[in-house]
Design a protein around this ligand. Structure first.
Ligand SMILES: Cc1cc2nc3c(=O)[nH]c(=O)nc-3n(C[C@H](O)[C@H](O)[C@H](O)COP(=O)(O)O)c2cc1C
Length: 392
C-alpha cells in the first residue's frame, strides 16, 4: 500500500514523464515534418543562440543524416524547368558555400531543392581563415562571411559526389570550383584541374572568380585575365573524354562598374569564351548605409536581404548585355516566392539561396515554391520559363 504522499509523488512523476514525452515527440515530429511555424518560433531562435559556425555545423548534421522528412508533395508542373540537357523539377537551388564539402547533397535534395551546388572546392585541402569568420546580422537578415575557402580538397569531395551519383533518386549537382590561397600552379591551372577532376561527374561546373575572401581572386574578372582564364578552362572542358560535356558557368561579383559588366558580357559572348551560363552573384564587399547590426563592419562578403536588389539589378544588366543569350542563375537575398519571381523576371532561368535557409530553415524551400507557383498562375503563366526576362 502506498501512503498518500507516495501516491501524489507517483502521479506527479507520471505527469512530468507524459508531458516531457509528449513535448519531445511533438518537437521531434514538427522538426521532421518541417513545420514552418515551429521552425520560426522555436527551432531557429534556439539555433541563433549558437555561434553561426556551430549552428551551420548542426544544420549540416541534420541534412547529412537526413533528419528532415522528404518533401512528399510533387513540385507543381509550373516550376518544371529544362536547361541545358537537365530537367529540374523546380528552379530553386541551394547556393554554393552551404555544402562546401559535399556531405549533405541528398538531405538537401530531399528537402525540396531542385538542385544543389557544392563547394567551393579547392585542388588541395586548406583550412580557410581563422575563426570567427562568419557573422549573423540579425536585424538585417544578413550574413557576413570570410571563410576563405575552407575545403577538404578535390580528392575527398570527389569521392562523396561519386557516391551521391550512384543513388537512384539523386540530386542535380553543380560543382563550384575555387583556387588554393597558396599554390604552385597558376590560377588557370587551379581551375583546369577542377574541370578535369569533376568533369565526368558534375551536372554542371562553376568557375568561382568572385569570392571576396581569397586575395586576388576577383581580379580574374578583369577583361584580359577573364578571356585568358575562360578560354583555357573551356578548352580543358572540351577535351574531356566523357559521354557528356558538363555545362560550364562563371560566378561573378555584384561589385562591378558598368564598364566592367560590359567587358565581362563582351568576353563571354565571344565564341572561344562562350560559357554555358553565369551565376549572378556572389556576396558583396559593399556595406549599404542602412545596415543596423553591430557586426556590419566585419571584413568579408555580405549576403541576404541587403544584397537582394543589388543582385536583381545585376541580373537585369547581364540579361540585357548578353541579349538573353547566356542563361543566368540568379542569387542574392531570395527569401520568398516574390523574391524568386523578381530574379526570374529580371532574366534568371534558375534561382539559388543560402542566407534565408540559414535564418528560416528547411520550410523556406516549400514556401518559396508554393508562393512562386501562385504568382505565376495569378499572372497567367503556364510555366516559369514564360516569365524569364519579362521585367527587363
Ligand atoms: C557563409 C557563406 C559561405 C559562402 N561560401 C561560398 C563559396 O564557397 N563559394 C561561392 O561561390 N559562394 C559562396 N557563398 C555565396 C553564396 O553562394 C551566394 O552567392 C550569396 O550568399 C548570395 O545568396 P544569399 O543572399 O541567398 O545568401 C557563401 C555565402 C555564405 C553566406
Amino acid at each position: 500500500m502506498y501512503t498518500r504522499k507516495e501516491k501524489i509523488a507517483k502521479q506527479l512523476t507520471t505527469l512530468v514523464a507524459v508531458t516531457l514525452g509528449g513535448t519531445t515527440t511533438f518537437a521531434g515530429l514538427s522538426i521532421w515534418n518541417g513545420n514552418e511555424k515551429f521552425y520560426r518560433d522555436y527551432v531557429m531562435p534556439l539555433t541563433r543562440r549558437l555561434d553561426p559556425e556551430t549552428s551551420h555545423r548542426l544544420a549540416m548534421f541534420a541534412m547529412k543524416h537526413c533528419l528532415i522528412r522528404r518533401e512528399l508533395k510533387p513540385d507543381p508542373g509550373s516550376l518544371a524547368t529544362r536547361l541545358w540537357d537537365l530537367n529540374f523539377s523546380n528552379p530553386i537551388g541551394m547556393a554554393a558555400g552551404f555544402d562546401k564539402q559535399a556531405e549533405a547533397m541528398h538531405g538537401l535534395h530531399r528537402t525540396g531543392f531542385g538542385f544543389v551546388e557544392i563547394g567551393s572546392v579547392t585542388p588541395q585541402p586548406q583550412e580557410g581563415n581563422k575563426k570567427p569568420r562568419v557573422f549573423r546580422l540579425e536585424e538585417d537578415n544578413a550574413i557576413i562571411n570570410r571563410y576563405g575557402f575552407n575545403s577538404d580538397g578535390h580528392e575527398a569531395v570527389y569521392g562523396r559526389v561519386q557516391q551521391e551519383r550512384e543513388k537512384q533518386d539523386r540530386a542535380i549537382i553543380g560543382v563550384n570550383l575555387g583556387k588554393n590561397k597558396v599554390s604552385s600552379m597558376s590560377d588557370a591551372e587551379n581551375y583546369v584541374t577542377g574541370v578535369e577532376k569533376f568533369g565526368a561527374i558534375a551536372d554542371y561546373l562553376v568557375i568561382n572568380i568572385s569570392s571576396p575572401n581569397t586575395p586576388g581572386l576577383r581580379g580574374l574578372q578583369q577583361k584580359a585575365e577573364l578571356e585568358n582564364l575562360i578560354s583555357l578552362v573551356l578548352e580543358a572542358r572540351n577535351k574531356l573524354v566523357t559521354a557528356r560535356l558538363p555545362p560550364l558557368l562563371v560566378k561573378i561579383a555584384p561589385d562591378l562598374s558598368e564598364h566592367e559588366k560590359k567587358d565581362i558580357a563582351n568576353v563571354i559572348l565571344k565564341e572561344k569564351c562562350r560559357v554555358d551560363g553565369i551565376i549572378v552573384c556572389n556576396t558583396t564587399t559593399s556595406r549599404p548605409l542602412d545596415l543596423k547590426s553591430q557586426c556590419k563592419d566585419e571584413i568579408g562578403g555580405l549576403s541576404g536581404q541587403p544584397l537582394k536588389d543589388i543582385s536583381t539589378r545585376c541580373i537585369r544588366d547581364f540579361y540585357r548585355l548578353t541579349k538573353g543569350q547566356i542563361p543566368i542563375i540568379g542569387v542574392g537575398g531570395v527569401a520568398s516566392g516574390q523574391d524568386a519571381y523578381e530574379k526570374i523576371s529580371a532574366g534568371a532561368t534558375l534561382v539559388q539561396l543560402y542566407t534565408s535557409f540559414a535564418f528560416q530553415g528547411p520550410p523556406v524551400v516549400r514556401r518559396i515554391k508554393r508562393e512562386l507557383d501562385e504568382i505565376l498562375r495569378s499572372k497567367g503563366y503556364q510555366n516559369v520559363a514564360e516569365a524569364i526576362g519579362k521585367s527587363t
